[in-house]
Design a protein around this ligand. Structure first.
Ligand code: GTP
Ligand code: MG
Length: 666
């Protein structure tokens, strides 16, 4: 919700946060802790700071029994917070400010958004010793520009489980400045300073005061030395700029017995008292500095997320391409043993039957074969001798072989589709393979610890076969749900369904007729009247089954020098060109000129037929296996393109909307 006093940055920052959240969800990184943390921090701590004038929030923090509540009471001028010898006494946050602050409508709910409940007035101090919502108490002694917090300790507990850390963390994240109180027994406790250092620099860098509760006989040099250790442990090299005052609080029996308030004195002579220093901290001065460092941090991290997300998008495109390439391989696998001989023979029959009447007449009179292709008759006779019909058992064998090929191909594709990796070879010359190679190179820059976001490290390595490269591409986290769905399918049932599907049966046998008829018509159309080739076609086709005996191989390289007729098939994703090699027995006694003629006839038929079948197999694969993955990937790629463009746009707008005093220099 925006109000009149909201800074213009608030709207764009909110939009940036929404975009990043959406992009994270699209790209399968909702569980990414750093993104979640960023979104929460922006919502809880940065956006509220863009809503008009806020008081300066100063939180007193430290280990159990270090004297936090005693210090709080001294600063607010009355014994309101519970004090005691048992470490971990305070379980809740206690707030104090001028009474007018608590009358400002909506202020507390804005500041305490990260807590699940709104602060209520303190009625019974005993409530502070039970966990619950923050409580507040007004005091005339504190200005309305300052909100002081007494916080639960962050070190009571055992074996790494700290009772009050969560409550303490929430309070510290809400604060603009911290007052860290420590004693001689815990000043060098790294566990404490490490925790605090994390909070101080969680988003931007917060400044702090140090209060050392010491024995009166401690010399200033000793105090300075210990305070320096603490400061260094908190901020490293930046310590001198970030610690804005060091105070000593001498141990006193009067304080212990509650007869006197804690007395603080600045370590540096002439420095203001802590109360004065706090009152003098102008929120309008301190906050721009904090805002500048918070914004720099926030926008820097957002830019890093956007970069990572762009990588994730690329990784998804890579996965989709690899899957489609694997699918092409499986199509190739499924078409390995297609019965070219039967196809060609039947085509010849159809061709003859569908000849126009005048051609039929010409054929009877012998006119047709007077035309340019002499020698055809001779070949027909020659080859006709070897012709063999397909027996019923041969037909059954062919069918079985086809089924086997198809099942092997489906199995292989399923394994790739549900696996953590796709491993596939692709022709380096192919456009898809070039794109995949480029993506693999870009993604090589993703650091080890970020690889989980894109599923793992993608690789491309050359193979023994020239022109072929091997790709190993991790499954993308954004497709986890679709992969899981595929995994959960009962595989044997899926196969059953697949095998019983109408189009599959048709693929294997029945629609042969229709396709061939269509093919014959198409050829006639293409040849035109001037082309007399078709008149001799029938003669050829009649004997082709014996000639092209019938084996063909599908390979992804050009079978240079191989004996037989090469049929180049294009349009297989990731495979560049596929070659079907149709073998012609050397014994056929064909002259090279006749062979060329045969090739002219045979190549288009084989190409059209195989392309048609390849499309049919691919359709079966997509409908049953890969479609959900490929479709979802395409959709995410589309949606995330827009979302990431919006992220970058809003990032720029945020940078522009930040006033100069919020721009970090150096
Ligand atoms: N002798 C002496 N005792 C002090 C002084 N300041 C605090 N104490 C005692 O130290 C004990 C702990 O003080 P608290 O102010 O409750 O400490 P705290 O950090 O709020 O403790 P928790 O709320 O339990 O985390 C109490 O018994 C105080 O009376 C001091 O300056 N001198
Ligand atoms: Mg306390």
């Amino acid at each position: 919700m925006t109000t009149r006093r909201d800074h213009p940055l608030k709207g764009v920052l909110q939009a940036l946060s929404d975009d990043l959240k959406q992009a994270g969800e699209l790209l399968g990184m909702p569980a990414e802790d750093r993104l979640k943390d960023w979104i929460e921090t922006v919502g809880a701590h940065l956006l509220p700071r863009l809503s008009g004038d806020l008081p300066l929030v100063a939180a007193i923090c430290g280990g159990g029994s270090s004297g936090k509540s005693t210090l709080f009471n001294a600063l607010v001028g009355k014994a309101v917070s519970t004090v005691g010898g048992r470490a971990g006494l305070n379980r809740r946050v206690l707030l104090c400010s001028h009474p007018t602050l608590f009358q400002r409508e909506g202020l507390l709910s804005l500041l305490f958004q990260p807590f699940d409940c709104l602060p209520g007035p303190l009625t019974d101090p005993a409530e502070l010793t039970t966990p619950g919502c923050p409580l507040y108490v007004p005091s005339e002694q504190v200005s309305a520009d300052l909100l002081l917090m007494d916080t639960p300790d962050f070190d009571t507990g055992a074996r790494g489980v700290y009772t009050n850390r969560q409550a303490s963390r929430q309070a510290l994240e809400t604060a603009d400045v911290l007052i860290y109180i420590f004693t001689n027994s815990n000043y060098n406790n790294r566990d404490n300073t490490d925790f605090l250092a994390g909070e101080l620099t969680h988003i931007g860098t917060k400044k702090c005061f140090l209060v050392y509760r010491v024995y009166p006989n401690f010399k200033p040099e000793e105090i300075r030395e210990h305070a320096t250790t603490v400061a260094r442990n908190l901020y490293g090299k930046e310590a001198a700029n970030q610690v804005i005052g060091v105070y000593r609080a001498d141990e006193s029996n009067a304080v212990a017995s509650g007869e006197a308030p804690m007395l603080l004195s600045p370590l540096e002579p002439g420095a203001p008292s802590l109360a004065d220093a706090l009152q003098r901290l102008d929120p309008r001065k301190l906050q721009p500095e904090l805002m500048a460092s918070m914004l720099a941090d926030t926008l820097g991290r957002a830019a890093a997320f956007s970069e990572r997300m762009a990588c994730s998008r690329q990784a998804l495109a890579l996965y989709r391409d690899a899957l489609r390439t694997a699918q092409s391989h499986s199509v190739q696998q499924a078409l390995r043993h297609f019965p070219t001989d039967r196809v060609l023979k039947r085509f010849a029959e159809i061709w003859l039957q569908t000849d126009p009447p005048h051609i039929k007449l010409m054929r009877k009179t012998g006119a047709a074969i007077e035309l340019p292709y002499r020698g055809v008759i001779k070949i027909v006779k020659l080859l006709g001798k070897g012709r063999a019909g397909a027996s019923p058992s041969a037909k059954a064998r062919v069918r079985q072989q086809l089924e086997e090929d198809l099942l092997t191909a489906v199995h292989e594709l399923y394994r790739q589709a549900v696996g953590p990796w796709i491993e596939v070879t692709a022709a380096v010359q192919d456009a898809a393979a070039k794109r995949m190679t480029a993506i693999v190179e870009t993604l090589a820059a993703v650091p080890e610890n970020e690889l989980a976001l894109i599923g793992g490290k993608a690789r491309m390595t050359p193979t023994d076969q020239p022109g072929l490269a091997a790709f190993k591409v991790p499954a993308h986290p954004a497709l986890a749900a679709e992969q899981e769905h595929l995994k959960n399918l009962e595989w044997s049932t899926t196969l059953q369904t697949l095998l019983s599907r109408k189009e599959l049966t048709q693929f294997i046998s029945r629609d042969v007729e229709t396709s061939l008829k269509e093919l014959a018509e198409e050829f006639r159309g293409q040849m035109g009247l001037r082309d007399k080739l078709h008149q001799t076609a029938a003669a050829f086709l009649n004997v082709l089954p014996a000639t092209a005996a019938i084996t063909y191989i599908l390979s992804t390289g050009d079978p240079v020098g191989a004996a037989g007729i090469k049929v180049k098939l294009t349009g297989f994703f990731g495979l560049h060109d596929l070659y079907a090699l149709i073998a012609i027995p050397a014994t056929s006694g064909m002259k090279s000129a006749d062979r060329r003629l045969l090739e002219i006839m045979l190549v288009p038929i084989a190409r059209a037929w195989l392309s048609d079948k390849a499309a049919a197999v691919q359709k079966i694969f997509e409908e049953n296996l890969t479609g959900a993955l490929i479709g979802r990937a395409a959709q995410i790629l589309d949606d995330s393109r827009e979302t990431l463009a919006a992220v970058d746009d809003h990032l720029q707008q945020c940078r522009k909307a930040a006033p100069p005093q919020w721009q970090q220099t150096g």
